[in-house]
Ligand binder design. Structure first.
Ligand code: COA
Length: 161
C-alpha cells in the first residue's frame, strides 16, 4: 500500500503555444543543443502554422513538442496538406504516450481545419512510432545530409460531414 501511495502518475496537458516555446526542446532533442535561435524552421512564420506543446501538469514544464505547417507534400502536392515537423519528447517522458497524444491533437486540428492529409519526413528510428499513430510510408528511404536516414510518411484525414 505504501509503495502505491508513493507512486505518482504524471499527467500531461496538450496546449497550443508560441513558436518560441518550442525552441529549447527542438534544440535539446533534435539539434544536438544548437542555440535555440538556430532551431527556427522557415515554415514557423507561415500563416496558419500551429505549435503544440505537452506540458507536465504539475510543473508546467514543456516535455513534448510538435509543429504543423500548411505546406503541400512535394512528391504529390495538394493544397490541403499539413506538414508535421519538429516532433520531440523529452528523454525521461518517452514511452508514456506523450508523442501519441501530440499526434492525435494534430489529427483533430487537421480534421477540423478541413485539411486532407498530414505528412512528415520521419527519422528512420521514429518510423514505428508514426506507424503506430496511423501514418503510412510513401516512397523509398532517403538520406538527409544533416539528420540521417528518413522516410516520407502520410496520414489521411477523414473528412467530417
Ligand atoms: C519518436 C518520439 C517522438 C515518440 O514519442 P513517445 O512519447 O516516446 O511515444 P509514445 O509513448 O506516444 O508511443 C506511441 C507508440 O509508439 C511506440 N514507439 C514510440 N517510439 C518508438 C520507437 N522509437 N520504436 C518503436 N516503437 C516506438 C510506443 O511503444 C507506443 O506503442 P504502443 O501503442 O504499442 O504502446 C520520441 O521517442 C522522441 O522524441 N524521439 C527523439 C526525436 C525524434 O526522433 N523525433 C521524430 C523526428 S521525425
Amino acid at each position: 500500500m505504501k509503495a502505491i501511495e508513493s507512486m505518482s502518475i504524471k499527467k500531461y496537458a496538450i496546449r497550443s503555444a508560441r513558436a518560441e516555446e518550442l525552441l529549447p526542446l527542438r534544440s535539446a532533442v533534435l539539434r544536438n543543443g544548437a542555440p535555440p535561435k538556430d532551431c527556427v524552421f522557415d515554415e514557423d512564420s507561415l500563416l496558419g502554422s500551429i505549435f503544440l506543446v505537452a506540458e507536465d501538469s504539475a510543473t508546467q514544464e514543456v516535455v513534448g513538442i510538435v509543429s504543423l505547417h500548411p505546406v503541400p507534400f512535394p512528391k504529390d502536392p495538394i493544397d490541403s496538406d499539413l506538414r508535421l515537423r519538429g516532433m520531440a519528447v523529452r528523454t525521461g517522458e518517452r514511452g508514456a504516450n506523450v508523442g501519441r497524444r501530440l499526434v492525435e491533437d494534430c489529427i483533430t486540428r487537421g480534421t477540423t481545419g478541413g485539411y486532407t492529409r498530414i505528412w512528415c519526413y520521419a527519422r528512420k528510428v521514429a518510423i514505428p512510432f508514426y506507424e503506430k499513430c496511423g501514418f503510412v510510408a510513401f516512397g523509398p528511404e532517403f538520406e538527409d545530409p544533416k539528420h540521417g536516414p528518413h522516410v516520407a510518411m502520410i496520414y489521411r484525414l477523414q473528412p467530417t460531414d
